[in-house]
Design a protein around this ligand. Structure first.
Ligand code: UDP
Length: 238
């Protein structure tokens, strides 16, 4: 077992995670909280054990993606709530991949949730709390120098590969990957997948019943939020 660098000062506290510097300048420790927010923090709450579940689920998904040859920031899980990660320079563009109409796409375009898309679509959002993460064209990111054109090409291709891998894996467990959000960052000249992959950032529906097993249970007050997170973890751990 490799030695773990010493945990140093907190660098940043987000809505669901805290980030700590370590004695290794290339590594950070990511702490997963139980705090839940929705609608840009206008709705707040806690989901019991969410931090531990998201930490473990992210470990499993990052491991799966690494095995498929995709580079991520994940180094290893340290304990229930902490993960050791490579320190990325985060690109302020959130990438969303959709396989089925849901959420903001349904609302924006007046479509019914649940319609299957004939091919996955990749969307980009500018990462800005004051602006509510607006939908952008990739050209906006290039124009305003949030990312370069080659970086965006890489991001698009990686996002579609992540979708393929996760979709196949989840399908084998009777789960539909409806959509998800991922973030990327720069690391020594490379683009790595960062952040987390969990029910906070993905929509998961049970294939047979179409029951929601993700944060929409919290966003929409559907009840059984904790149970849904636990069930998702059980099904991906199996
Ligand atoms: N998502 C996220 N963080 C955000 C916005 C969206 O993780 O700030 C995820 C969300 O869980 C879903 C996907 O990205 O899996 C697409 O979300 P959508 O644009 O439909 O927005 P929402 O309905 O969540 O407002």
């Amino acid at each position: 077992m490799e030695s773990t660098p010493e945990k140093l000062e907190m660098l940043y506290e987000g809505k669901a995670k805290k980030l700590y510097a370590t004695s290794d300048p290339d590594l950070v420790i990511c702490y997963f909280k139980d705090d839940a927010t929705a609608f840009n923090a206008k709705k707040r709450g806690t989901i019991e054990d969410k931090g531990a579940i998201n930490n473990r689920m992210s470990e499993l998904f990052f491991g799966l993606l690494e095995n498929a040859g995709l580079k991520t920031h994940f180094v290893r899980r340290l304990n229930d709530r902490e993960m050791l990660c490579k320190r990325l320079q985060i690109i302020p563009v959130e990438t969303v991949v959709r396989n089925i109409v849901a959420g903001s796409m349904a609302k924006r375009l007046g479509l019914e949730e649940g319609r299957e898309l004939s091919f996955p679509i990749v969307e980009y959002y500018y990462k800005s709390d004051p602006l509510d993460d607006p939908l952008i064209y990739p050209e906006h990111a290039i124009l305003f120098e949030w990312a370069t054109a080659p970086e965006l090409e890489t991001i698009r291709s990686l996002a579609l590969k992540v979708n393929e891998e996760l979709r196949r894996f989840l399908d084998g467990r009777g789960i539909i990957l409806v959509d998800f959000k991922i973030e990327f960052g720069r690391y020594h000249g490379d683009i790595l997948l960062g952040d987390e992959i969990c029910p906070d950032t993905c929509r998961f529906w049970d294939k047979a019943s179409r029951r929601k097993l993700d944060k929409d249970r919290f966003r929409r007050d559907l009840g059984d939020v904790e149970q849904a997170y636990q069930e998702m973890l059980r099904r991906v751990e199996d």
